[in-house]
Design a protein around this ligand. Structure first.
Ligand code: NDP
Length: 304
């Protein structure tokens, strides 16, 4: 039994070597020679070039919480998403910082600083704001709880329509529509699936409260960036903080860099902790050997 570490980060490799020291699974690094037929498990961020090279592959462990990049993985191979409390907390912190930046208009002041323009806007407080969270999974729920604790009114949308105390929850395909007209900030923490692809479009922005803000930390392809630029230009969207893009790294000549009232971050909302990742994989491989169900298994039909 061998686990291919399809990562190059020395910190991650070291964490696996430590966690698997006395483990009955051989670790294989991607830069060493190996026979692909020996590989039963792969830990990776990106899909490999050709899954058919690995005829005995049983489980792929994703480095990330998002797993949309694995759509070509054969159906018989289990796909495991990363669930990491540290990563969740990083995203929660990012969203809190982004919401405060939106309410206090930091992206606008950053632009004005470049123009040497002294122009104050009225402040807004978290306590008087309504925040709608799209996606109430592991990360969305933790974010919703943190915002509730700070006194915001929080609403949220999930596919199934979850019931979470203190949060006004909507469900179903069009459930988000009821949240948009009153939200001061919309936060996207959805997985990328055919249903969420292109969701943040002109029609979506038109339904939002005029001048409201967007925080987008889901996946880039959920946003129609041309429409986002238009909504920021007309002021329909007052301000935005965007972490994910349809092309990453965002090309130097992308017009997105020049969007007004928009703060761009380079996909840094979350980061998987190396030690937690290694421990999660070891825990799941132990369960597999004991004949127990795998944790954090992706529902391939739903795509997350
Ligand atoms: P989960 O799988 O735990 O939760 C996903 C949530 O989205 C669930 O509430 C689910 O509904 C909801 N959802 C999925 N599809 C739909 C739909 N069509 N309509 C309405 N709701 C839907 O995911 P996580 O919380 O772990 O992660 C969410 C996403 O955050 C990741 O997939 C990734 O894209 C992004 N992410 C970004 C990071 C960054 O650095 N920018 C870091 C980490 C994650 P239900 O509850 O009914 O199943």
């Amino acid at each position: 039994m061998a686990l291919l570490l399809n990562v190059t980060d020395p910190e991650r490799i070291e964490a696996f070597e430590k966690a698997f020291r006395d483990f009955p699974v051989r670790l294989v690094r991607s830069d060493e020679g190996y026979d692909a037929r020996d590989i039963h498990y792969i830990f990776t961020w990106q899909p490999v070039d050709d899954w058919a090279r690995f005829p005995n592959l049983r489980v792929v462990f994703s480095v990330s919480a998002g797993v949309d990049q694995f759509s070509t993985l054969p159906g018989h191979v289990d796909l495991i998403k990363m669930v990491d409390g540290n990563n969740t907390q990083y995203v929660v912190d990012y969203v809190l910082a982004a919401c405060l930046a939106c309410l206090r208009r930091f992206p606008v002041y950053a632009t004005r600083q470049g123009q040497r323009l002294w122009q104050p806007d009225p402040p807004r407080s978290l306590a008087n704001s309504e925040i709608a969270i799209l996606g109430l999974g592991e990360i969305g729920q933790a974010t919703a709880r943190a915002l509730c604790a700070l006194g915001c009114r929080v609403s949220g949308w999930s596919r199934s329509g979850r019931d979470i105390p203190g949060i006004a929850c909507a469900g179903g395909e069009a459930g988000y529509l009821s949240l948009l007209p009153t939200a001061d900030i919309v936060v996207c923490l959805l997985p990328l699936t055919p249903q969420t692809h292109g969701l943040l479009s002109g029609a979506f922005f038109d339904r939002m409260k005029p001048g409201a803000a967007l925080v987008h930390a889901g996946r880039g392809a959920q946003c129609v960036f041309r429409d986002l630029g238009d909504a920021l230009r007309t002021g329909q969207l007052g301000v935005a903080v965007i972490d994910v893009f349809d092309r990453e790294p965002l090309p130097e000549d992308s017009e997105i860099w020049g969007f007004p009232n928009c703060l761009i971050t380079p996909h840094v909302a979350g980061r998987t902790d190396a030690g937690t990742a290694a421990a999660n994989v070891a825990q799941n491989l132990t369960r597999l050997r004991q004949g127990r169900d795998l944790l954090w298994r992706v529902d391939r039909q739903k795509g997350y």
